[in-house]
Design a protein around this ligand. Sequence first.
Ligand SMILES: [Zn+2]
Length: 688
Amino acid sequence: MTNAKMPTAGTSILFGGDYNPEQWPRQTWDEDMRLLKEAHVNSVTLNVFSWALLQPGQPDEDTYDFTMLDDIVDTVTKAGLTIVMATSTGALPAWMTLKHPDINRVDFQGRRHRHGGRHNACPSSPTYRKFAPKLAGLIAKRYAHLDNLVCWHISNEMSGYCYCDNCAAAFRVWLQSRYKTIEALNQAWTTNFWGHTYHSFEEIFPPNELGDAVDENRSLLPALTLNYRRFMSDAMRGVYKLEADAVRKYDAETPVTTNFMLDFKDFDYFEWGKDLDVVSWDCYPSYDTAPSAIAMWHDLMRGLKGAPFMLMEQTPSRANWQPFNSLKRPGQMRAQSFQAMAHGADTIQFFQMRRSQAGCEKFHGAIIENDGTSNTRVFRETAQLGAELGGLGTQIEGSNLAARVAIVFDWQSWWGMLGSVGPSVSLDYLTEVNRYYAELYRRHIPVDMVRKTADLSGYAAVLAPCLYMVDEATAANLRSYVRGGGRLLATTMSSITNEDDVCHLGGAPSPLRDIFGVWAEETDAVAPDVSVPLEFAGAGADRAASGSILCDVLQVDSDTRVLATYGGQDYYAGAPAVTEHDFGEGRGYYVATMPDTAAIASVIDRLVEGLSASELGEASDVTVTDGLEVTTRVAGDGTRYTFVIDLAGKGGEVRLAAPRTDLLTGREVGGGAESTLTLERFGVVILK
Ligand SMILES: [Zn+2]
């Protein structure tokens, strides 16, 4: 059922998270253990930022000191906790940055950094590539034998780029491997533009402020920035692999991961997912992040391996680094935890177990606050959740979502559009993808987030908003999907360029034009805060709908059906804005603008027209008040776990067509007299 290796705490899923006792006097540790057990915590993540303690640089750089980590490991082992062991390479020792300056990154402005910050080692630094895997290997050698060691955690929230000379040299090697000859690179990048023709790979430098770049996202030759992103994603992944291989020398079995992040653009996580035994990620929504945006990223994390994932971090109460670090309201952390589980999380972990007394995270929430007691709301809510998860055991673990609708997500297209100078600064890839996801979410239609070369044949409908970059393999994949009977939705800014950001000839969305029966002759950037009315024919004609940001002016084939036209007074009023076209056994839908919620509803109505609830993967025996989330995980034996969650904090009602068991209370609900359940504010039921 799953190709991920999921750590567990025996009869329970992992519940716990980051524990940093290095920051506290030794005498608090035993009390911490007592309190964590009281909160039903069964796992701690250790050693995330201890490199400077483990390798003090004295009397020589090959001296290591595991005294404190041994003590921490003994303490949590005696308390019966499982361990997620980090390799500690997320922050560099100060001595190392002085003695070996190559380990420090050079930034986009060309400045070599000094010690400070974290997650800032150069991936091409010989020093880093020597010492990081060495430390990972020493830690693995020392602790791999522990029975309670359940997961390896490489570095932490790996991120960012370096622009140093070592990276420039490695970039040239990477380019040579990709393009073979400088002539092939010149041709692929169209370097004759503005006299950028290269005569050797030595002439190519990273796109920093001293060179070709307009800013960190864009260069005069967009293929340069695009390929530097690919290179950096590969280079950082290479460092991950060095550490993972070092761990593997001493431990062939325990899953290895590194923690990913929300809305993260630096690396292509689909590529990274191949090298992780299990995907894990840190979920830090802001007070105003829509529940659908969180759900979408959970689904994307599940999509990286098509398998359940670890929720490695979330805050039990508040973050500290956001502009407004609002508290999670009573019940909200529990609701968000079950939302993660509903979308595939098979662990619930936090940052952190005990609050930092000092440092920039002293305002970040924790299970044990500075009062050092269990007498807080956050502690009580954590303990309640821990007890509930303990009651559930591992029965839901390994089950997956049975989605019949997919959204194509593509870091390459994200990078390509970010790198484009024009057509509108209002264009934002995540916003455009979520625009469609949110409507499917509102309808309780489960969604798989997939890469553009994924096997799509099992999906009733596939949406590919702003799939800007379409190479030959992607075009073939999408064509074969629609030809075989699939329904494919594309939008403006789709299929504009090939993999080197060179525009396809023949008019966008070439080479997919014949699927949609349209091409975009012109694309207008709409002024900010202006919308263009959309007039739907048939279903949706009564809804006031509009588009914004971009408006393609389409030419349509004679057999293309126009579902909506532009209204208003502009010269393209009356021109097609939403179309439908038969191709093979399937259909292509094209949306020429950024539709508002009413327009999206009409578009999705047409896209799923004639498909039953079961063909769309919906839980047809559960109906709920608007605003509640309904998500179903299906086990290998067909057992269905339907999560109904109030994430908006408004409560609601759940109506059941047949009796189910609420796993959180053990009660049979639905059927007979009790066919309607009332969900309290931030309430959750899990129906089996
Ligand atoms: Zn570098």
